[in-house]
Design a binder for this molecule. Structure first.
Ligand code: GLA
Length: 764
């Protein structure tokens, strides 16, 4: 064998399998292997290209596959994305036709596109090396797939720059049954001095097709999750956030991409994705010259150059996605199954129904008023009372949103006997007690600001700019992390039976500047990233000490709903807007990405629409109230008491059933959706009139149900009727599942019956 041939073989062997690569290097080195290694190293450090064996790596779930493959130069590309093939040996036969064949076209299908060498399109990663050089090339070294359990696998693929000591590992965690993939990267600085990263995406996908439709969401306070669908044309369309905290206020990272034509509930190929990161993000959708779609998702590179010291590595947040060939309904169920089992805190557990005082009192309360409200909670039959904003601050009492934030001591005028007394009184009233905090924030009118101006994110020499009269604390600083942890820790230590936390975050970051970073010799451009890392550190610590206490993720509404944060929370607050008609649309859109068990839906007096309608809308998620129970009319109270009991009887379906959307309110004057249990023996159907001016019956046709068993028989009964009203539906008629799913049933929604809830039960 000639020397050249042997070298060729060794390079090829290196590209087969990371574990083999590792074990080879771990093997006791003989003198000849040392010689070979030196020879190989010398060759590898020249930038000569070697012909390599082609390596094919499928990333598979039960239904889908993404196939990665090296090219002749050892660069990793994506050659397939879609339904899984029956025979995975055939993946190797898929032609790598999207790689550049001519010198005139860039390589579009890279699995992680580096900047500064052969690539002349949008990169996934951009690095300045210790010597100032800005070029990066990435070649395949090896890969390894580990089975974490029967359902979850982790594939790691190591890429290296042949010239510089930069190592990047691409990671793909697959949830086989759920058809969900978590993808991220780890960038390691193996150089002797710090390198700087200008861009460090989590994922770089390549989707093949001819036409792509992007659904993304815009919104603002009280108006979250407004969908927009764009037919993607050539060039780059980006969705991003630069708000720092409350990052999803104007646009969340959650999106859908339909392939070929706009996917419907049950038809079409569609990808649902999001970045699990509670800070600035950017997702680029680029239609290339082959009409395929390049997708690059990660932390927003805007003002975020990040320094990596020698031997340090950076783990990017996960990009989470699922793909369905059967429309958005299946894709969203994939995410629900994954989230409840693997991500959302206590996703498979139960939730507390509650009465919150925010809309009932705002800041105007004292302990007597609150104790009075406890009785209302008990009367209603909910599990818990949640005390909202306004309970703290003495030098600067929190009587409005202009002062007191940061001073987490009970206001002695409002609560002379402290929180402990309230917890005790709640327990005596037979309910649990929870509390609101907004620990990341500070009002300039506060003792905290007076004492610790250096803990506040603000430009030292510029006028301050406020969002809701407040500023953001510098969570990059470990002292601030301790302070934030301490707020919660003190509450729990003093009140061990405290049952619930509502964690709010009402401001964005203006004048981004950390007084702490320069002290550590670190650049300001790390603020946005290190803030989120600091936040997660605090939440980690909190969860280590208090693993089970339910916590609601709130950000002036849905300004911070994402799967980065939701691993620490049991639920989220979708919007301060509780107008039931507007809420239907908000809850509908969130439901594509998050399971109903996580959606906190409260009944308030925000709208004058009938209490039954408001209640029915809240029941499609986690039920709560924001009202003064004593102000309810006798009939409204009677209805509400029944409604809470009814909710408790169907909550297993809403929390753990499969969601099927039946009639889309964006296309009809009606919203209809249902939850069916896994056994297909029970279901609950929610029907809402969404155009209250629409005079004729909103349901001239029956609505076909989904998710039942065609061969089973069922009865359909209207539930949650207002006292004194009767259902127009026959509850004793027996229908086959086949009938209910083919012909359907008419819930008979009209102006008089603006919302109709149906319970479907198997008859044996
Ligand atoms: C935010 C929340 C509300 C309430 C107020 C209190 O706006 O979204 O639910 O908690 O803060 O100030």
């Amino acid at each position: 064998m000639t020397n050249k041939k042997r070298v060729h073989q060794q390079v090829s062997a290196c590209s087969v399998n990371l574990s083999r690569y590792k074990s080879a290097t771990q093997r006791k080195l003989t003198s000849s292997t040392i010689a070979w290694s030196i020879f190989f190293l010398l060759l590898a450090t020249t930038s000569r290209l070697f012909a390599q064996n082609i390596v094919t790596i499928p990333i598979e779930t039960a239904k889908n596959a993404m196939v990665l493959q090296t090219d002749k130069d050892g660069r990793l590309g994506i050659i397939y994305f879609g339904s899984r093939l029956a025979n995975n040996k055939e993946y190797a036969a898929i032609p790598n036709q999207y790689n550049s064949k001519s010198d005139n076209l860039p390589t579009y299908n890279s699995a992680y596109t580096p900047a500064g060498t052969w690539n002349v399109i949008e990169p996934a990663v951009q690095i300045t090396h210790a010597d100032g050089n800005m070029s990066l090339d990435l070649k395949y070294v090896g890969s390894d797939t580990k089975k974490i359990d029967a359902n979850v696998s982790l594939t790691s693929i190591l890429l290296k720059d042949p010239l510089y000591a930069t190592e990047i590992t691409l990671l793909y965690k697959t949830y086989f049954k759920e058809n969900v993939v978590e993808q991220w990267s780890v960038i390691k600085n193996v150089e002797k001095k710090p390198i700087r990263m200008q861009k460090y995406a989590s994922a770089n996908l390549y989707l093949m097709g001819n036409d792509f439709y992007l659904t993304h969401y815009n919104g603002t306070w009280g108006n979250e999750m407004k969908p927009e669908e764009d037919h993607l044309s050539h060039g780059i369309k980006s969705i991003d956030s630069k708000l720092g905290t409350r990052a999803n206020l104007l646009e969340p990272s959650a999106f859908m991409v339909s392939f070929g034509k706009s996917a419907t509930e049950d038809e079409g190929k569609v990808l649902l994705g999001q970045l699990a990161w509670s800070g600035n993000f950017k997702i680029d959708f680029e239609v290339d010259n082959y009409n395929n779609l390049r997708l690059i998702a990660g932390i927003n590179p805007y003002a975020s150059e990040y320094q990596l010291a020698a031997a340090q590595e950076f783990t990017t947040p996960a990009f989470i996605y699922t793909f369905s060939s059967n429309g958005k309904g299946q894709a969203s169920r994939n995410l629900h199954h994954w989230a409840t089992k693997y991500r959302l805190l206590d996703g498979e557990g139960s939730r507390l129904t509650l009465l919150n005082n925010w809309e009932a009192t705002y800041f105007d309360f004292d302990e007597n008023k609150l104790v009075g409200l406890f009785k209302g909670a008990k009367k209603l039959g909910v599990d818990m009372f949640l005390l909202d904003d306004g309970w703290f601050g003495n030098k600067y009492p929190r009587d409005a949103d202009t002062a007191g934030l940061g001073d987490w001591q009970e206001n002695v005028k409002k609560l002379p006997h402290g929180i402990g007394y309230l917890v005790k009184e709640a327990t005596a009233a037979g309910i649990k007690f929870g509390i609101w905090v907004e620990p990341e924030m500070v009002n300039p009118k506060s003792e905290l600001y007076e004492k610790h101006k250096d803990w506040v994110i603000r430009q030292p020499n510029r006028p301050e700019k406020y969002y809701r009269n407040q500023l953001v604390l510098d969570l990059v600083n470990p002292a601030v992390q301790n302070f934030v942890f301490g707020i919660l820790d003190t509450l729990f230590t003093k009140n061990p039976t405290l049952a619930f936390i509502k964690w709010d975050c009402n401001a964005v970051i203006y004048n981004a500047y950390s007084a702490y970073l320069p002290k550590m010799g670190l650049p300001q451009s790390q603020l946005y990233v290190d803030y989120v890392k600091g936040l997660y550190k605090v939440l980690e610590r909190l969860r280590a000490k208090y693993p089970t206490v339910p916590m609601m993720l709130c950000s002036g509404g849905g300004g911070r709903v994402d799967y980065g944060a939701l691993q620490y929370f049991t639920e989220y607050w979708p919007s301060d807007n509780t107008d039931p008609v507007e809420r239907i649309f908000i809850q509908w859109e969130y439901s594509y990405f998050y399971p109903a068990i996580a959606s906190s839906n409260h009944i308030t007096n925000w709208s004058k629409l009938p209490l039954k309608f408001r209640t029915d809308v809240a029941m499609m998620g986690k039920l709560g109230y924001d009202i003064v129970v004593d102000k309810l009319s006798e009939k409204d109270l009677q209805f509400s008491q029944q409604a809470v009991a009814t909710y408790h009887s169907i909550s297993d379906l809403v929390w753990h059933g499969d969601l099927y959307r039946l009639v889309n309110p964006n296309q009809n004057p009606l919203a209809s959706l249902m939850f069916a249990n896994a056994e297909k023996s029970r279901a609950v159907v929610f029907n809402y009139l969404t155009n209250t001016r629409f005079m004729p019956g909103a349901t001239p046709q029956p609505i076909q149900l989904k998710g039942l068993d065609a061969t089973k028989n069922y009865t359909v009964k209207e539930i949650n009727l207002y006292p004194g009203t009767e259902s127009s539906l026959q509850s004793t008629t027996v229908y086959s599942g086949n009938f209910l799913m083919t012909v359907g049933i008419n819930p008979d929604v009209d102006l008089e019956r603006a919302s109709v809830l149906l319970e479907v039960n198997e008859v044996k």
